[in-house]
Design a protein around this ligand. Structure first.
Ligand SMILES: [Zn+2]
Length: 446
């Protein structure tokens, strides 16, 4: 074993075996031992006692839109990774769209990697994009190290990222399956959306009616059918409709290789509380009714929904108009996701271990990073969040690190204060103070 450079002691360390008092030993950026709390580690250069603050694995957020380069005024790697670090996230995987160029060719991936390299305060990986006309680019992107491919089944909101119809979906999915890749899907059916009443305007009820549950349910059923036919691996992004939960559960029981995620806003905010005109709450699919939310929590608890990710997707404040039809759709959640989910989880009787499973271990598994990330365990990277789970704070937009300080959580009082965040054994943020960026760019073969 190399010389220990750091020992972190806490009376509450969240490990895969449960929460216990432990001393976590770090050398060369990796966890080399998890010892009893009061074990003496003679060679350690630094020892920190965190007392009763909880030491948990840094979160792995596999659904983030950074928009850099090209729409950097919406969000950039510098600001997004600082917001993430402040919220206890140590790895993010960037979505292929809303930046210019989108991550749909190897050349474009290289552009994104170059831009991110010296701005990343945490580790950053990339998804590729599956478009109607880039089937030939999918294998090269896979080999260049993207973690999988994102596709839309309905219009994405930006012209440069067109959606796939069922034939194109089949074509892309067959190609991705041929090299054992993963397709992640924005599943809303365009025909159901077109058939829904499109009133526009500031009323949230009208917006909700324009993105009905059956649009999600139909698209998910079609995706599952394609995955089954091709024996392909697919992942349902940002599940909002609880009506689709039985479809996913049945597919899993049948052995179809499908996983699903949901987001903090679907788990903690409800349609009933969205004020008219408040497009900081707009996202697609939409935040639905509280009865729907209860069923999402049930699906998370029973494992039908695998994980929780932010779908952080900001824009400049001027695009968040009071007309729900035309306002930019996307919720900025990076810095607040852990606290928001933990606040609601604890109210519903879940433990912090559950939150860690949903937001760190399972997301690391989803992208195949679970040898390095997602647990406080020997051999993994020494990426940690230190959390005071019983302390509260009230969300002040001015304290947010993401570029445009628009938030659906303004004024909410949340449990869980992130005291510090650590990347490979180095503290990257403590009490709102950041070090120079030391994040690395990750690839699938990392
Ligand atoms: Zn998204």
């Amino acid at each position: 074993m190399s010389e220990a450079e750091l020992v972190l002691r806490s009376t509450r360390v969240i490990t895969p075996e449960g929460t216990r008092a432990a001393a976590v030993v770090v050398a060369a950026g990796k966890i080399t031992a998890v010892l009893p709390y009061d074990a003496s580690v003679e060679s350690a250069a630094r020892v920190e006692d965190l007392g009763d603050d909880v030491l948990l694995p840094g979160l792995v957020d596999t659904h983030v839109h950074v928009n850099d380069p090209g729409r950097t005024e919406w969000e950039g790697f510098w600001t997004a990774t600082r917001a993430a670090a402040a919220g206890g996230i140590t790895t993010l995987v960037d979505m292929p769209l809303n930046s210019l160029p989108p991550t749909t060719t190897v050349d474009n991936l290289r552009v994104k990697q170059r831009v991110a390299a010296d701005k990343a305060h945490i580790d950053v990986g990339f998804w590729g994009g599956a478009l109607p006309d880039n089937v030939k680019d999918l294998r090269p992107l896979h080999e260049a190290g993207v973690f999988g491919f994102k596709a839309f089944l309905s219009p994405s909101g930006v012209d440069e990222f067109p959606h796939l119809d069922q034939d194109r979906l089949a074509q892309s999915l067959a190609e991705i399956a041929s090299f054992g890749g993963l397709l992640i899907v924005h599943a809303e059916d365009p025909h159901h959306l077109a058939a829904a009443p499109q009133h526009g305007g500031p009323k949230y009820a009208d917006f909700l009616a324009s993105r009905p549950r059956d649009a999600e349910d139909t698209a998910i059923a079609q995706l599952i059918a394609q995955a089954k036919r091709l024996d392909a691996r697919v992942h349902v992004l940002h599940l909002s409709s609880s009506d689709a939960v039985p479809l996913i559960a049945a597919a899993k029981a049948e052995g179809v290789r499908v996983t699903a995620e949901t987001c903090p806003h679907y788990l903690t905010l409800t349609a009933e509380e969205v004020p008219d005109g408040a497009s900081e709450f707009k996202c697609c699919p939409p935040i639905r009714e509280s009865a729907n939310q209860d069923l999402l929590w049930q699906a998370l608890a029973d494992g039908t929904i695998d994980c929780v990710v932010t779908d952080h997707s900001p824009s400049t404040a001027d695009l968040k108009t009071d007309d729900f039809a035309t306002a930019w759709g996307g919720i900025s959640g990076l810095q607040l996701s852990l606290a928001a989910v933990w606040t609601e989880a604890r109210r519903r009787g879940h433990g912090l271990e559950d939150v860690v499973r949903w937001m760190s271990s399972r997301t690391a598994e989803l992208v195949g990073l679970d040898r390095h990330k997602g647990a406080v365990e020997v051999g993994r990277d020494a990426d940690f969040a230190v959390l005071a789970p019983d302390e509260t704070f009230t969300v002040d937009p001015a304290a947010l690190q993401h570029r445009n300080r628009v938030t659906a959580y303004a004024g909410k009082t949340l449990y869980g204060v992130v005291k510090s965040t650590w990347l490979r054994g180095e503290r990257v943020v403590v009490n709102g103070e950041f070090t120079e960026p030391r994040g690395r760019l990750l690839t699938r073969t990392h």
